[in-house]
Design a protein around this ligand. Structure first.
Ligand code: SF4
Ligand code: SF4
Length: 491
């Protein structure tokens, strides 16, 4: 249901100029029902203004988006507050260069895992877009989700589409002032909480939420919160569809993933045309018209202000608001629903939609392969970093017993979230001695460097350079083990 009483006889927007002549004419052949070039109609904008006054809509699609949006919002808000082993479960600590994800800590050396995750996300998006079009944009993209939240506040404070248009035409008075003030205050509070939650993924969120209000948080945390508050307020409050149509690169290249079996929001031209107003319950066949009564509600509910009857346009974010609006109209007229629907070009042309096709299978296989690589990388990952650095100042030295010594620095990083005790040993030359600390205890996510010396009886040194292996192993877990090759130099 839309937010205003149903009217079917007047057109209030610029689509009046685009409407077909109301004459009896044969329906267009099905081959004309196709993806058309972008159309730049002014859609739901008020004539002479750039602002789009979006009309509220209710229906199955809107309910689905609200439920999904609520779940995603709840996840976004809750995840940084979860703890794991007493620590923040998800923390992307950029300053200390370590990402903590539910008990696993990723270091810069683990970038391959992050690379797999990014590639999997990209191919998942490609696959979903190929199958279902821009559902990401319409149902899950933060820009859409926050825009719909901001529009909800706008409606609650300033009223329906018609009331908002009247309010904006009016000169400033006390009522207009408090409504504008309340709306922007609500937007800023939502933007601030969003920014604090987002920054809480990158710093200790509990500390941030207390320190920020007392001006105690660090300069970068404060700056980041203010920046993201401004960005959220600007993007969801002011920019809205401009972000989708002019700034988001995905809107531009997603067409490359579309084919005739991709689900899109489409208007059934054959059924709808010729459009035109008529009394309720009138059989369109008796007046030589299609099912579209040209009420323009599909345009008024569109957040990007387009007229879906002009064909698929890159501005369409697949939100489905026009489906709900039109279904409501069809119900009231006593006509079948789905004059506008999620469908495919194949189906509009009378054929069947194919799920398995070259693109979707290719993306699916790539997704499977990348997921397998990610799982393998995680399973084979050893949560320990071990480097051996030879002393470059002195190649070797001779001790009082006449043995040859080489000096090394061992660098150990405990990448687990538990305290670990490691034992170091070395192999490669008979009777060699490892002098220095050979057992080391490290707190979670700590780094330590230890100097050690290797001493060898020259009797066993047949060559001036011999390869040796340092091995480090966690005493409590034999799987946490690494071996590093280096050289022992004599002469
Ligand atoms: S497509 Fe549906 S909502 Fe849009 S003008 Fe026609 S009848 Fe109205
Ligand atoms: S045309 Fe329909 S699906 Fe596309 S953005 Fe507008 S309301 Fe949403």
């Amino acid at each position: 249901m839309v937010d205003q009483p149903f009217e079917n006889s007047k057109r209030s927007d610029s689509s009046q100029a685009q409407a077909q002549p109301i004459t009896v004419q044969p329906a267009p052949p099905r081959k004309n029902v196709s993806i058309q070039k972008p159309d730049s109609s002014s859609g739901g904008k008020k004539p002479g203004k750039n602002h789009i006054y979006v009309r509220e809509t209710e229906g199955k699609v809107e309910t689905t988006r609200r439920v999904l949006g609520f779940v995603l919002m709840a996840l976004f808000a809750a995840l940084p507050w979860l703890t794991w082993n007493g620590e923040q479960a998800i923390l992307f600590n950029i300053i200390d260069q370590r990402f903590r994800i539910f008990g696993m800590t990723l270091w810069p050396q683990d970038l391959t895992i992050l690379a797999w995750i990014f590639m999997i996300s990209a191919f998942a998006l490609f696959l979903v877009t190929t199958l279902f079009g821009r559902v990401w944009c319409g149902f899950t993209c933060p820009q859409t989700t926050w825009t719909f939240i901001f529009m909800w506040f706008e409606r609650k404070i300033e009223g329906s589409r018609h009331q908002r248009m009247k309010l904006d035409e009016r000169k400033m008075d006390a009522d207009k002032f408090w409504r504008k003030f309340a709306k922007h205050a609500a937007w800023i509070i939502v933007a601030l909480l969003t920014a604090m939650t987002f920054v809480g993924y990158f710093t200790d969120i509990r500390t941030l939420f207390t320190d920020f209000w007392f001006l105690q948080s660090s300069a970068w945390a404060t700056g980041s919160v203010l920046f993201f508050t401004f960005a959220t307020y600007g993007n969801a409050g002011w920019m809205r569809e401009i972000m989708c149509t002019h700034m988001c690169p995905y809107a531009r290249f997603q067409a490359a993933m579309f084919d005739k079996d991709t689900y899109i929001v489409a208007y059934d031209v054959e059924r709808g045309e010729p459009r035109g107003p008529r009394k309720r319950k009138v059989d369109p066949a008796t007046i030589g018209k299609g099912d579209c009564i040209d009420c323009n509600l599909c345009v008024q509910v569109c957040p990007t202000g387009i007229d879906i009857r002009n064909g698929l346009q890159y501005e369409c974010i697949n939100c489905g608001a026009c489906i709900d609006a039109c279904d409501d109209v069809m119900e009231k007229m006593g006509y079948p629903k789905k004059l506008i629907s999620f469908t495919t070009q194949s189906r509009l042309e009378g054929g069947e939609t194919k799920v398995f096709r070259f693109k979707s299978v290719g993306y699916g296989l790539a997704l499977l392969a990348l997921t397998a690589l990610l799982v393998a990388d995680i399973l084979l990952r050893v949560p320990l970093e071990f480097d051996v650095i030879r002393d470059r100042n002195t190649l070797y030295r001779e001790n009082q017993e006449g043995w040859i010594e080489n000096v090394y620095t061992l660098r150990v990083i405990n990448k687990t979230q538990e305290v670990q005790t490691y034992r170091v040993n070395v192999q490669g030359i008979e009777d060699m001695q490892l002098q220095g600390i050979t057992e080391i205890q490290l707190a979670p996510e700590m780094t330590e460097t230890i100097p050690v010396t290797i001493a060898v009886d020259p009797y066993f040194l047949e060559q001036p350079l011999v390869e040796i292996n340092f091995t480090i192993e966690a005493i409590d877990d034999g799987r946490i083990r690494k071996t590093v090759k280096t050289n022992f130099i004599y002469q």
